[in-house]
Design a protein around this ligand. Structure first.
Ligand SMILES: Cc1cc2nc3c(=O)[nH]c(=O)nc-3n(C[C@H](O)[C@H](O)[C@H](O)COP(=O)(O)O)c2cc1C
Length: 349
C-alpha cells in the first residue's frame, strides 16, 4: 500500500512525498511588468518550508496579452527570469521539486490587452467574436510557450506545466466548442499543445519535467483521455487533472466516496495512465484523512492541494506528521481577488 510519505519519481527527479502544491495565482503580487516580487518570494518560501514534495508555481503569462490582468506574473521576456531564481532556490533548499505553469488566456483574455485571439471565431465574455488564429499566429504562440520554458529552465525550474484546463488557450484548442477549425489543428485537437511539448523536450532536454494540467472530461471523459494520451506520447511526464469547459455535471463516483466530483476526474484518469505517467487529482482535499484515503487506496499518484496550502503553508507537514493545522474555511475569498477583499480569514487568526 502506498503512503503519503512515499517518494515518487517523475522523469528521473525524486519527489519526496505525494503532496503537491497546486498552481494558485496571486493577483496582487506582480506589477504591470510581470516580475517576481518580494511577496512572491516570501509566499513560495513559506510554502516550500511547509512539507510539499512538489510545488507548481502559479499560472504565468507567456505573452503580455495572455495575462488575466495587469498584475499577473509573466515569463515573456528575459528580464523576468532573474526573480524566478529566488523562488527556485527556496524550493530546492527545502528539497522541493518546482515547476512553473505557463499560460495564455486565449478567448478569455482581458479586452484591455487588445484583440482577443483563439483557435476560432467564437463569442468572448464581452459577446464579441474572438479572432481565429492564423497558422503564423499559432506558430508564434507556440514559440512564446517554448521561449518561456527556456527561461524557466534558465531560472533553474525542474520543469514546466502547460495550463491545459480551466478554459484557457490550450483547453480551447481541445474543446469542440471553441475549436471549430477544419485544418490539422481542428482535426487533431491535441496538436497545438503536442507540438509545444515536442519542442520543449527538444530544446530544454530530456531531464526537464513536462507536465500538463488537463481536463478530466472535455467534452466527455473519453475525448479527454485520448487527448492526454497524445500529450504523453509527445513527451509529457506528469498529468495533473482538473476541469475544463465542459467537465461539470460529469458524475464519475459512487455517492459513498468521500472525495469531490472534481477530484473524481483525476481518480478516473489514474488507471488509464498506470505504468506510463503519474496522475494527480485535485479538489476539496482539505483533511489529512481524505488525502491519505486517496493515496493509500491508490486512487491517484499525487494529491494536488490549493486552498488548504494558501490557508496554512504548513498543512502538508500536518498531513505528513499529524501536527496541528489551520483549516481552510472554503470561503473562496482567495480566488476572487483583486476585485474583492480577498484576504484569507485563516491569515487573520
Ligand atoms: C486563489 C486561487 C488561485 C488559483 N490559480 C490557479 C492557477 O494559477 N492555475 C491553475 O491551474 N489553477 C488555479 N486555481 C485552481 C486550483 O489550482 C485548484 O485546482 C482549485 O482551487 C481546487 O483545489 P482546492 O480544492 O485544493 O482549492 C486557483 C485557485 C485558487 C483558490
Amino acid at each position: 500500500m502506498a503512503k503519503v510519505t512515499d517518494k515518487i519519481i517523475i522523469n528521473g527527479k525524486t519527489v519526496k512525498n505525494r503532496i503537491t502544491m497546486a498552481p494558485t495565482v496571486k493577483f496582487d503580487f506582480a506589477g504591470p511588468d510581470g516580475m517576481v516580487t518580494e511577496k512572491h518570494i516570501s509566499h513560495y518560501t513559506e510554502r516550500a518550508e511547509g512539507g510539499a514534495g512538489l510545488i507548481c508555481v502559479e499560472a504565468t503569462a507567456v505573452t503580455p496579452d495572455g495575462r488575466f490582468a495587469p498584475n499577473h506574473l509573466g515569463l515573456w521576456e528575459d528580464a523576468q527570469t532573474e526573480g524566478h531564481k529566488r523562488i527556485v532556490d527556496a524550493c530546492h533548499k527545502n528539497d522541493v521539486v518546482v515547476l512553473i505553469q505557463l499560460n495564455h488566456t486565449g478567448i478569455t483574455a482581458n479586452p484591455m490587452f487588445g484583440t482577443i485571439i483563439g483557435p476560432s471565431a467564437v463569442p468572448t465574455r464581452s459577446g464579441e467574436l474572438s479572432k481565429e488564429m492564423s497558422k503564423e499566429e499559432i506558430r508564434s504562440m507556440q514559440e512564446s510557450f517554448v521561449s518561456a520554458a527556456l527561461r524557466a529552465k534558465e531560472a533553474g525550474y525542474d520543469g514546466i506545466q502547460l495550463h491545459g484546463c480551466h478554459g484557457y488557450l490550450i483547453n480551447q484548442f481541445i474543446s469542440p466548442k471553441t475549436n471549430l477549425r477544419t485544418d490539422e489543428y481542428g482535426e487533431n485537437k491535441a496538436l497545438f499543445a503536442k507540438e509545444i511539448i515536442q519542442e520543449v523536450r527538444e530544446r530544454c532536454g530530456k531531464e526537464f519535467i513536462i507536465s500538463v494540467r488537463t481536463p478530466g472530461a472535455e467534452p466527455d471523459v473519453q475525448h479527454a483521455i485520448n487527448i492526454a494520451k497524445e500529450y504523453v506520447s509527445a513527451g509529457c511526464d506528469y498529468l495533473q487533472v482538473s476541469h475544463g469547459i465542459d467537465s461539470f455535471g460529469v458524475n464519475l463516483k459512487a455517492e459513498s466516496e468521500p472525495y469531490s466530483d472534481l477530484c473524481a476526474l483525476g481518480v478516473n484518469f489514474h488507471p488509464e495512465f498506470k505504468g506510463t505517467v503519474p496522475v494527480s487529482c485535485v479538489g476539496g482535499l482539505m483533511t489529512p484523512e481524505l488525502i491519505k484515503y486517496i493515496i493509500e487506496n491508490d486512487l491517484a499518484d499525487t494529491v494536488d492541494l490549493a486552498r488548504s496550502v494558501l490557508a496554512d503553508p504548513q498543512f502538508p507537514n500536518a498531513v505528513l506528521t499529524g501536527s496541528d493545522y489551520t483549516k481552510c474555511y472554503e470561503c473562496r475569498r482567495c480566488q476572487y481577488g483583486p476585485m474583492t477583499d480577498h484576504k484569507c480569514p485563516a491569515d487573520m487568526l
